[in-house]
Design a protein around this ligand. Sequence first.
Ligand SMILES: Nc1ncnc2c1ncn2[C@@H]1O[C@H](COP(=O)(O)OP(=O)(O)O)[C@@H](O)[C@H]1O
Ligand SMILES: [Mg+2]
Length: 397
Amino acid sequence: MYESADTDEMGIRLTAEEMGINLVYIPFRKVSVSISNDGYHFKTKGRHLEKNLEGVNAVLNRMQSKNARLYAASIMEGLGKYVVNPLTLEYLCFSKFRSLVELWRRGIRIPSTVFVPLDAHDITTSGRQLNNEEDIADLIQEGIGTEDIVLKPDAGTHGREVRLSRDRRTLIKNINSSTPSIINPIGFVAQEFIEKWFYDLRIIVTKERGKPPYCYPTALARGGFKDFRTNTFLGNMVFGVKLPMNIRNSSIECGKAMGRDSEAWVLGLDAMFNLGEDRFVDDEYVKSELEKLIPSFNGVKTVKREKIKLGKFSNWNKKLENAFHNYMSTTHYNHIKDIIEESIARNADNILFHEANSCPEFWEQTRIVGGINVAVPLIKCAKSVAGWSVFQRYKRY
Ligand SMILES: Nc1ncnc2c1ncn2[C@@H]1O[C@H](COP(=O)(O)OP(=O)(O)O)[C@@H](O)[C@H]1O
Ligand SMILES: [Mg+2]
């Protein structure tokens, strides 16, 4: 189920074909869902889609925005389908603070975090403006206890509006410019700034019905010195790295915390290391190696910018894989990868989990560089619940 097909959705289709699984496309744009005491209708202007839905027991929810995913999951669960990911998990992942509370109560290590409602400015009933930024800054600083503070929208993604302040004046400025929005109506989280050197991790954990949760043995490291935010969306470079067993185990604990008692789910966890001064290689060396990687990484970007022609996804895919392999076969890539792997091994006990993503992007970076085609666990999860008769009980019709 998706609104418009991006490479992830095309990749899911391609992977399903290779696995011999028959997927049915359920549109969500330009459809109407109506419910009445006589039943339900799911249709577009010209076409009834109830028949398409009838044979479907499991839905892969690939709506782009968090709000649309919540909505789609509610409707599909209402129609008796198993949704990957289930609504409860989608609900927890919607909010950074809700996710962190789940991890924290299970003793998983997280960065110290303060939740701040969006009321830096209030208007009283008599029309007078109240400025709360100094009080908010006090509460944040008391809660965190350090000068370096990251402020981010509770329901944000892609590093948008994630801001770092290293002194009180900047913190006040950041609080003032953190305003509510339709996608983030509730608040911001303030977090202790983690000295993570130049990278953080995207780790994939999954659970199929009838099996214990599983963490993949590799992860995607995202890195660079340009910005403290290492999101791939911001153009950072990516490296495929091995994970030590204890990190895989704590990632599984995160998955259990978020998945609660759901039968099947797939999650992308964001994690970083509190490295402090443990920079065993000179920053200048890392920077110069990253610099030398730019030309081959640009080759990847060029392929990514190409418009994928209808029916030519496989061709484009081959080109992208070639470009990535070219980048990954350079000595500079391997130097940085080795540095990150050593840094992870030295600091495995200092890992902090800061976010869980319910619909992680994967087709380009996580699959080719991280070595994990997330379409596979997605499809396996759906398959594991598809024949599950329990859901029939919830069906109205
Ligand atoms: N507390 C922090 N300390 C250091 N860097 C952080 C911190 N929080 C976030 N970042 C950086 O900013 C990026 C975006 O933050 P994240 O919490 O993952 O939000 P988003 O949903 O926008 O991805 C992270 O990948 C990380 O590199
Ligand atoms: Mg993130």
